[in-house]
Structures are given as C-alpha cells and as structure tokens.
Write a protein that binds this ligand. Structure first.
Ligand code: ZN
Length: 214
C-alpha cells in the first residue's frame, strides 16, 4: 500500500482533531505530502472513523494514485498549498472560534505573542464555495509571506506543518488564539500587541521552525 505510515497518521490525527473538538461530523480534512504523492482524507467520512485504506493517495496534479474512496472535496486547496509552500502537512478544520472570527473579521490581530508561531497576523481568506479552485486560490493567497495558518471566511481554518503533528498543533493554536480573542472581546476591547512588542519577542528567539531543517 502506498504511503501506509502516512495514511495511518491521517487516521490518528483525524481522531485527535475530533477529540479536540476541531471538527464535527464529516467536516474537516487532512493531508500529508511525500515527494509527488499526497495522502488525503476521503470525502464524506468522519475523521475519527477512518482506517488507513479509506484514505486515498493522489498525485500533485490531482490524479488518484491509489484508493477506493474519493479524495476530500477540498483536495484542490491542499494541493495548491503544497505547490506554494515547502510544508508537508495540511489540517483543515471547522473549529468553533476559528469560524466565529472568520465570519466577522478580515484578520485575527496579534493579541498574544504565540501568534508569531503561525507567522503573525492570521488573514481571513475571501469567501468562495467549498471545494472550488477559487477557494483554493483564496486560501493560498492568505498564506502568502510564510504564514502557517489562515482562516476561511464563513467556513473554518487551515494550518500547515512540516508533518501532521505540527500541522495539528498549529490548528489547535489557531483555535486557541481565536478563542482568546472572542472571549476577550466579550469583556472589553482586546489590546493588540505593537510591532515593537512582537519584534522583541522575535529577538528572544521565538520564531517558526526553520525550513528546510538543517
Ligand atoms: Zn471545510
């Protein structure tokens, strides 16, 4: 079986996404890239009920290389992100606070220094119908400049990583940051960190991991 370990990892991280409340029902999708092949979650399946054989493998130009099930409808978005970045895993969720921010704002302001781990301000990609090339392009544009996460207007969030564990942690961080912002907004106006304050954090060494690894 092609990418057997990676397909098993999709199932393991899919369960963790469900346990962490980042997805409901059959929403959300994950993928991992190895060379010119991408293992992706299937369309229409609960992320915590998948077996490795349920996860199809596609080529970078979107052709099915192996698998019985159809790839997730958002596969074009995953492939567009792999074309545009050196990242090796994508986690797309419909997490609650991410969806709240993505429904009301055009970006998540830097209200906590850990936002730097995602590349600073998180942009909200313009709305487009799910599964379309237009949505894939909008998310790719929102990731420009080395971002490791984006929100999708009236939809959810996307996080990138060098592997699935890292993409999952970035997805959790994105949801946590959105949760802090929304709750802070409920009791006052959140204070946004200044450029100088963020720069001071970078100077202390907090930064996204280097890519490619040395
Ligand atoms: Zn979605």
């Amino acid at each position: 079986m092609l990418l057997e370990d990676e397909r098993a990892a999709l199932c393991a991280i899919g369960r963790r996404c469900a346990e962490a409340g980042l997805v409901t029902g059959a929403s959300g999708n994950l993928s991992i890239r190895v060379g010119d092949l991408v293992a992706v979650t299937p369309g229409g399946m609960m992320l915590d009920r998948m077996e490795p054989a349920d996860c199809p493998v596609v080529t970078m130009d979107g052709r099915l290389a192996e698998g019985e099930r159809a790839p997730s409808s958002e596969t074009p978005m995953h492939l567009a992100l792999y074309e545009a970045t050196p990242e090796r895993a994508v986690v797309h969720t419909h997490s609650t606070y991410g969806a709240v921010v993505a429904t009301t704002m055009t970006e998540l302001p830097p209200i906590h220094y850990n936002t730097l781990l995602l590349g600073g301000v998180v942009r909200v990609a313009d709305y487009a119908t799910y599964g379309t090339p237009e949505l894939a392009e909008n998310v790719r544009a929102a990731m420009e400049g080395g971002k490791r996460a984006a929100l999708m207007a009236n939809h959810g969030g996307v996080a990138l990583g060098r592997d699935l564990d890292e993409a999952f942690e970035n997805a959790r961080l994105l949801e946590w940051l959105c949760g802090v912002y929304v709750r802070a907004k409920a009791i006052g106006e959140p204070r946004v960190l200044t450029e100088a304050e963020l720069l001071a954090v970078l100077e202390r060494g907090l930064a996204p991991p280097e890519w490619p690894p040395v």
